[in-house]
Design a protein around this ligand. Structure first.
Ligand code: B1M
Length: 222
């Protein structure tokens, strides 16, 4: 029998946001990511498993199909919407935890890049780790990041990039922050990055996932 996580993964993969959503037509009158994520939580499935066993693999399948020209941007967008609907049920679990006393974490997706799902997950989990979050959103340029650090002295900055083409903008942002606010720690992440790139652009830490970001921040707050 299809498990709740299988059904949730399929809802995200095919972009079924909720039961009332008319898209995709072949899933008419079926529960969507909204109802299925709520049901999974209510039936006691661990939020981390929901994320790692259903939602993230579903987005990977979406990316794979996009690479193979089997789906196009509108379908990817519907999957992102379905993912967002599911994540809204997980948010309270990741955000609860310590009081927000460890410091301020400024996060954004770099200039030219509109992908925000990974960035939002990192923000949620870091908040759950006891940090105050300033989320600058997507397509954020070097001046906005630099101004946010000026307004929040001592804050740690997190930069996310999902496109190989926007990785270059990440470098510009790191340089500007380091020039204007020496000593500011900058953490970078996103699917096309690696630690060599981190070193090349002069950022302080690379994490492939939100957990690594939380651990790094825990270390520097200690
Ligand atoms: Co886009 N897209 N997209 N897309 N999209 C990718 C990234 C792509 C790999 C798909 C593919 O070709 N297989 C490809 C990039 C190729 C490349 O650069 N090498 C791509 C492309 C090409 C594009 C467009 C150019 C398509 C077009 O218009 N022709 C366009 C660009 C728009 C722009 O940004 N200017 C575009 C648009 C879109 C949508 C808007 C439709 C939508 C985004 C909606 C949204 O974010 N609100 C979208 C989506 C959904 C994807 C895929 C399918 C899924 C991304 C995602 O959310 N993954 C993606 C393929 C894929 O990733 N498999 C793809 C789930 C998320 C949890 O993972 O974001 O990787 P991720 O985050 C991870 C880690 O990377 C890490 O933690 C997260 C959790 O593990 N992480 C950090 C991320 N940030 C971090 C920061 C940290 C630490 C860790 O510290 C600060």
């Amino acid at each position: 029998m299809e498990s709740i996580l299988d059904k949730l993964g399929a809802a995200v993969e095919f972009g079924k946001v909720n039961r009332n959503s008319p898209y995709p037509p072949q899933m008419k009158d079926q529960d969507g990511a909204d109802e299925l994520a709520r049901e999974a939580i209510e039936s006691g499935v661990n939020p981390t498993s929901i994320l790692s066993e259903a939602l993230v693999p579903a987005m990977d399948r979406v990316g794979q199909k996009f690479s193979e020209n089997k789906i196009f941007v509108p379908q990817m967008l519907m999957s992102a919407k379905a993912m967002g609907a599911a994540m809204s049920h997980l948010k309270p679990f990741f955000q609860s935890g310590d009081v927000k006393t460890k410091g301020t974490f400024i996060i954004g997706t770099v200039k030219g890049d509109l992908h925000d799902i990974g960035k939002n997950l990192v923000a949620m989990m870091v908040e759950g780790g006891g940090w105050s979050i300033i989320d600058l959103g997507v397509d954020v340029n070097e001046d906005t990041f630099s101004q946010a650090v000026a307004d929040n002295p001592g804050a740690v900055v997190g930069l996310s990039a999902l496109l190989t083409t926007t990785m270059a903008n990440m470098e510009v942002i790191v340089k500007k922050i380091k020039e204007n606010h020496p000593g500011t720690r900058v953490l970078v992440g996103g699917a096309p990055l690696n630690d060599d790139f981190r070193a090349k652009i002069g950022a302080d830490f690379y994490s492939p996932d939100p957990r690594g970001a939380v651990e790094y921040l825990k270390e520097i707050a200690a």
